[in-house]
Design a binder for this molecule. Sequence first.
Ligand SMILES: Cc1cc2nc3c(=O)[nH]c(=O)nc-3n(C[C@H](O)[C@H](O)[C@H](O)COP(=O)(O)O)c2cc1C
Length: 302
Amino acid sequence: MTRLSTRVSSLKLVNPLVLASGILGNDGLLLARAAKAGFGAVTTKSITVEPRKGYDTPIIAFVDSGLLNAVGLSNPGYKALPDILKGAREGGAPVIVSIAASTPDEFRMIASYAEEHGADAVELNLSCPHVKGHGLQIGQDPGYTYEIVKTVSSSVDIPVFIKVGVTDNLMETVSRSLDAGADAIVAINTLKAMAIDIYAKKPILSNKYGGLSGPAIHPVATRVVYEIYREYSPPIIGVGGVSKWVDAVEFMLAGASAVGIGTAVAFKGLSIAREILEGIEEYLDSEGFSSIEDIIGYVHRK
Ligand SMILES: Cc1cc2nc3c(=O)[nH]c(=O)nc-3n(C[C@H](O)[C@H](O)[C@H](O)COP(=O)(O)O)c2cc1C
């Protein structure tokens, strides 16, 4: 163990930074590059059973302090996992396979296939805010969430993470996921949002709705991480609007054992990993902490 190393359930990371799902797509070599650039773990874009083309353009809109996307879960389908994993594992960091599906059996099938081909953990995307029959539509139903998580966690030996979004019954979804055997909670996905072109007088995204990410959502994500830790203290990967080391430290103080980064990689490039790690180390020194383990959930001890 070094002072920056951490664990998310049984998954050991050399540092707490995780490349968030969807940011570098599903090119194994790009994911490996993220690991080599300093990320402690990398996540694939959500994989579905069948290949998906995704939505027509425009799929991205830039807004103040964030990004709005409705990519439509474009991905090559789960049969591409052996190739993706082979490339990604060359980076030397654990690879988390994100799964989007509509039924417990589909989730189980992809999770088992991912495990068979070397995934270090699976992340069930129960929170994509803009694809019908997937994501948030499932995560909003705690009973169905329980069924999915139970099916997957009893079928694989690798850790099962649940990615949640912001819903009215979020805490119930988290609680039912943990009851069903989830090993960690990843919070949060993007927030359902819209941007309108005032001259075309219509929504900018072809899908009308998209998911908001970036600094705009960081305070919401911090609140969610704080509440999940306060209620259940599971291992948490905090995701949402991290663009500088202060944001990462904030997540860990609120209870996150690791920190996902998405949009900031798109804006600032992969060098952001080392920049944030340096900032965290300086913070540990200046505040007299010996390791990041000492700051996880610290605000709850006060
Ligand atoms: C272009 C784009 C694609 C994304 N695709 C996925 C995805 O396939 N699955 C998923 O669980 N989250 C996806 N996300 C959400 C991110 O993983 C992350 O939860 C969210 O963007 C908040 O973090 P950030 O503010 O650091 O980007 C995507 C985000 C963006 C910007």
